[in-house]
Design a binder for this molecule. Structure first.
Ligand code: HEC
Length: 99
Protein backbone atom coordinates (compact mmCIF):
# COMPACT_ATOMS: atom_id res chain seq x y z
CA UNK A 1 0.00 0.00 0.00
CA UNK A 2 2.78 2.36 0.88
CA UNK A 3 4.48 1.60 -2.42
CA UNK A 4 1.31 2.32 -4.34
CA UNK A 5 0.89 5.66 -2.61
CA UNK A 6 4.44 6.57 -3.43
CA UNK A 7 3.93 5.62 -7.05
CA UNK A 8 0.87 7.84 -7.23
CA UNK A 9 2.67 10.71 -5.55
CA UNK A 10 5.59 10.23 -7.93
CA UNK A 11 3.51 10.36 -11.08
CA UNK A 12 1.63 13.41 -9.82
CA UNK A 13 4.96 15.16 -9.33
CA UNK A 14 6.03 14.18 -12.83
CA UNK A 15 2.83 15.57 -14.31
CA UNK A 16 3.24 18.79 -12.36
CA UNK A 17 6.82 19.10 -13.58
CA UNK A 18 5.79 18.67 -17.20
CA UNK A 19 2.98 21.19 -17.24
CA UNK A 20 5.06 23.62 -15.20
CA UNK A 21 7.77 23.49 -17.83
CA UNK A 22 5.38 24.33 -20.62
CA UNK A 23 3.82 27.27 -18.81
CA UNK A 24 7.23 28.57 -17.84
CA UNK A 25 8.53 28.89 -21.38
CA UNK A 26 8.10 31.90 -23.63
CA UNK A 27 4.62 33.01 -24.64
CA UNK A 28 5.36 31.89 -28.18
CA UNK A 29 5.70 28.25 -27.16
CA UNK A 30 2.43 28.31 -25.28
CA UNK A 31 0.67 29.98 -28.23
CA UNK A 32 1.99 27.33 -30.60
CA UNK A 33 0.53 24.62 -28.40
CA UNK A 34 -2.77 26.49 -28.23
CA UNK A 35 -2.69 27.10 -31.99
CA UNK A 36 -2.11 23.44 -32.65
CA UNK A 37 -5.03 22.60 -30.42
CA UNK A 38 -7.38 24.92 -32.30
CA UNK A 39 -6.04 23.70 -35.64
CA UNK A 40 -6.54 20.07 -34.66
CA UNK A 41 -10.07 20.71 -33.46
CA UNK A 42 -11.28 23.02 -36.23
CA UNK A 43 -9.11 22.85 -39.35
CA UNK A 44 -7.35 19.50 -39.52
CA UNK A 45 -10.33 17.59 -40.89
CA UNK A 46 -10.29 19.69 -44.08
CA UNK A 47 -6.68 20.86 -44.33
CA UNK A 48 -4.87 17.71 -43.22
CA UNK A 49 -2.64 16.58 -40.42
CA UNK A 50 0.32 18.65 -41.60
CA UNK A 51 -1.61 21.29 -43.54
CA UNK A 52 -0.95 19.20 -46.64
CA UNK A 53 -4.58 19.56 -47.66
CA UNK A 54 -7.53 17.18 -47.72
CA UNK A 55 -11.00 18.31 -48.79
CA UNK A 56 -9.57 21.82 -48.38
CA UNK A 57 -6.37 23.02 -50.07
CA UNK A 58 -2.88 22.72 -48.58
CA UNK A 59 -2.09 25.67 -46.31
CA UNK A 60 1.25 26.91 -47.49
CA UNK A 61 2.73 30.36 -47.25
CA UNK A 62 -0.34 32.12 -45.90
CA UNK A 63 0.17 35.13 -43.64
CA UNK A 64 -1.80 35.38 -40.40
CA UNK A 65 -3.91 38.15 -41.97
CA UNK A 66 -4.82 35.98 -44.94
CA UNK A 67 -5.74 33.11 -42.65
CA UNK A 68 -7.85 35.44 -40.49
CA UNK A 69 -9.81 36.72 -43.46
CA UNK A 70 -10.32 33.17 -44.72
CA UNK A 71 -11.71 32.27 -41.28
CA UNK A 72 -14.04 35.30 -41.32
CA UNK A 73 -15.18 35.00 -44.91
CA UNK A 74 -15.27 31.24 -45.35
CA UNK A 75 -14.11 31.02 -48.98
CA UNK A 76 -15.86 28.44 -51.16
CA UNK A 77 -16.79 25.31 -49.25
CA UNK A 78 -15.11 26.48 -46.05
CA UNK A 79 -17.59 27.50 -43.34
CA UNK A 80 -17.26 31.13 -42.16
CA UNK A 81 -16.35 31.94 -38.54
CA UNK A 82 -15.57 28.34 -37.66
CA UNK A 83 -13.43 29.81 -34.86
CA UNK A 84 -13.70 33.32 -33.47
CA UNK A 85 -11.86 35.95 -31.46
CA UNK A 86 -8.68 34.92 -29.72
CA UNK A 87 -8.87 31.37 -31.07
CA UNK A 88 -8.93 32.71 -34.62
CA UNK A 89 -5.85 34.88 -33.97
CA UNK A 90 -3.99 32.06 -32.27
CA UNK A 91 -4.65 29.60 -35.07
CA UNK A 92 -3.84 32.21 -37.74
CA UNK A 93 -0.43 32.81 -36.16
CA UNK A 94 0.07 29.07 -35.92
CA UNK A 95 -0.72 28.50 -39.61
CA UNK A 96 1.61 31.36 -40.61
CA UNK A 97 4.42 29.87 -38.52
CA UNK A 98 3.98 26.23 -39.37
CA UNK A 99 3.00 26.32 -43.02
C1 HEC B 1 -15.28 22.05 -43.78
C2 HEC B 1 -13.92 22.05 -44.29
C3 HEC B 1 -12.97 23.16 -43.84
C4 HEC B 1 -12.63 23.50 -42.56
C5 HEC B 1 -13.13 22.90 -41.26
C6 HEC B 1 -11.65 24.55 -42.69
N1 HEC B 1 -11.43 24.85 -44.00
FE1 HEC B 1 -10.13 26.22 -44.73
N2 HEC B 1 -10.77 25.84 -46.61
C7 HEC B 1 -11.66 24.84 -46.97
C8 HEC B 1 -11.85 24.86 -48.42
C9 HEC B 1 -12.76 23.91 -49.21
C10 HEC B 1 -11.06 25.92 -48.90
C11 HEC B 1 -10.93 26.39 -50.37
C12 HEC B 1 -12.00 27.42 -50.61
C13 HEC B 1 -11.97 27.93 -52.02
O1 HEC B 1 -11.15 28.82 -52.27
O2 HEC B 1 -12.75 27.45 -52.81
C14 HEC B 1 -10.37 26.51 -47.76
C15 HEC B 1 -9.48 27.55 -47.83
C16 HEC B 1 -8.73 28.00 -46.79
C17 HEC B 1 -7.67 28.98 -46.88
C18 HEC B 1 -7.21 29.67 -48.17
C19 HEC B 1 -8.05 30.89 -48.41
C20 HEC B 1 -7.60 31.62 -49.68
O3 HEC B 1 -8.11 32.72 -49.86
O4 HEC B 1 -6.80 31.10 -50.45
C21 HEC B 1 -7.15 29.17 -45.64
C22 HEC B 1 -6.02 30.09 -45.25
C23 HEC B 1 -7.89 28.29 -44.75
N3 HEC B 1 -8.84 27.60 -45.48
C24 HEC B 1 -7.66 28.19 -43.39
C25 HEC B 1 -8.43 27.42 -42.53
C26 HEC B 1 -8.26 27.41 -41.09
C27 HEC B 1 -7.20 28.18 -40.34
C28 HEC B 1 -9.21 26.58 -40.59
C29 HEC B 1 -9.51 26.28 -39.13
C30 HEC B 1 -9.84 27.40 -38.30
C31 HEC B 1 -9.98 26.05 -41.71
N4 HEC B 1 -9.47 26.58 -42.87
C32 HEC B 1 -11.03 25.16 -41.60
C33 HEC B 1 -12.29 23.96 -46.12
C34 HEC B 1 -12.22 24.01 -44.74
Amino acid sequence: MKKLLMAIAGSTLLLAACSGEEAGESGETVDTAAGEEVYTASCLSCHGDNMEGASGPALEGYTADEVLSAIEEGPGAMPANIVEGEDAQIVAAYVEDES
